[in-house]
Write a protein that binds this ligand. Structure first.
Ligand code: DP6
Length: 361
């Protein structure tokens, strides 16, 4: 597949109006995407667990119009929202080559999240993938000739578009594990879109749990777009990109064998490497908070004194994703309530688990 294959060549605009609605989840990377080239092409491959409960629900209503300007309104949780418009405008500009009908309609984009907006959880992955899927459903209606009924094409193009909205969003279309970025060990992996991980997955990873500890609900100190730029000319960049390839190849073997000790090592090392990249860039940032470190130390102490395989991962922020097998749900939730909740802002945490991807409503 090349980008050209995703250009919609002919379509009918004989639908005056209509609406489509999708729910799309967030995802949590195990091997992290950090650094990108032009057009949202990642510098290294990544793999993520698709989540189940943390979702964005988006309805797009389209109404035919005569002029050829982009025209859309955004509503967030029922209220008109101007703040989201620039990001969507940029998104439309990036994808219009692939969806020329974008200028033929006015769009009302109505969106809400299942998680609190001020939780510090990045909503760009779920938000951008939800819009991309809505636009794909509209394309499906307008395109009666091409191969859009092909589910692979639908998912691939939805992921391709979502990537142009926000890189990590391309990993939210399907579940349970999605790879984005070319890697020798993963057949059909692509820089253009995320692909469902088709390798063997041991039953240890079935319904894997992710409890998100909200350490800091404030605005991110560094946007991920700025963060990715820090990898240009970063002294350790090339080594880091190579390491991500190796970690992904090793993780593939670990997912098949079910070796949780090795899983923990790769996942935690990836999280700390991501933050190490930020700490060693110019300018440099520390995005972890004191409570992030307290939580990490508690998790390590808990693992040392029990047989637990609980581990942590981090995004580009202070919140901690606590990952553990379903069989440990009871003991780990007990541990979280007794020892970790006090480090969360307003004792706030969200229970989630690995999920199957987006669905149309
Ligand atoms: C640290 O996908 O938010 O979460 O492509 O600029 O929108 P843009 O960046 P974004 O970056 C996410 C980075 C990360 C790691 C990951 O999810 O792989």
């Amino acid at each position: 597949m090349t980008a050209q294959d995703f250009i919609l060549k002919s379509y009918h605009t004989n639908f005056e109006t209509g609406s489509v609605k999708w729910a799309s989840p967030s995802n949590i990377a195990l091997v992290k995407y950090w650094g990108k080239k032009k057009d949202q092409i990642p510098e290294n491959p990544s793999i993520s667990f698709t989540l189940s409960n943390c979702k964005t629900i988006t309805e797009v209503t389209y109404t035919k119009k005569e002029d050829k300007e982009f025209s859309f309104d955004v509503y967030f949780e029922g209220e008109k929202n101007e703040a989201f418009k620039p990001k969507i405008q940029t998104f439309f500009e990036r994808i219009e080559t692939y969806m020329p009908f974008l200028r033929d309609y006015h769009f009302k984009i109505d969106t809400s999240n299942t998680f609190p907006h001020s939780s510090g959880i990045a909503s760009s992955a779920s938000g951008m993938s939800a819009i991309a899927l809505c636009l794909m459903s509209i394309e499906d209606k307008l395109n009666t000739v091409e191969r859009s009924s092909d589910i692979n094409y639908f998912n691939q193009k939805a992921s391709f578009l979502a990537r142009l909205g926000s890189g990590s969003a391309c990993r939210s279309i399907e579940g349970e594990l999605v790879v984005w970025g070319e890697n020798e060990s993963i057949a059909d992996s692509s820089d253009l879109f995320g692909v469902k991980f088709e390798g063997d997955v041991h039953s240890n990873f079935k319904n894997y749990q992710d409890t998100i500890l909200l350490v800091d609900k404030g605005e991110k100190q560094v946007s991920s777009t700025v963060g990715h730029q820090l990898m240009y000319g970063h002294p350790f960049a090339q080594e880091r990109f190579k390491q991500a390839h190796d970690n992904l190849a090793n993780l593939k073997t670990i997912l098949a064998s079910g070796n949780l000790n090795e899983f923990v090592k790769i996942v935690e090392s990836e999280a700390l490497t991501l933050h190490a990249m930020m700490m060693t860039s110019m300018p440099y940032f520390i995005l972890m908070k004191p409570n992030t470190l307290e939580i990490i130390n508690k998790i390590w102490a808990f693992r040392a004194k029990t047989d637990s395989k609980v581990c942590f991962t981090l995004d580009a922020g202070a919140n901690v994703h606590v990952l553990y097998p379903e069989s440990e749900t009871e003991i780990v939730l007990e541990f979280i309530k007794n020892e970790l909740v006090s480090y969360c802002q307003n004792e706030h945490y969200i229970c989630d688990q690995i999920g199957l991807g987006a669905n149309q409503i």
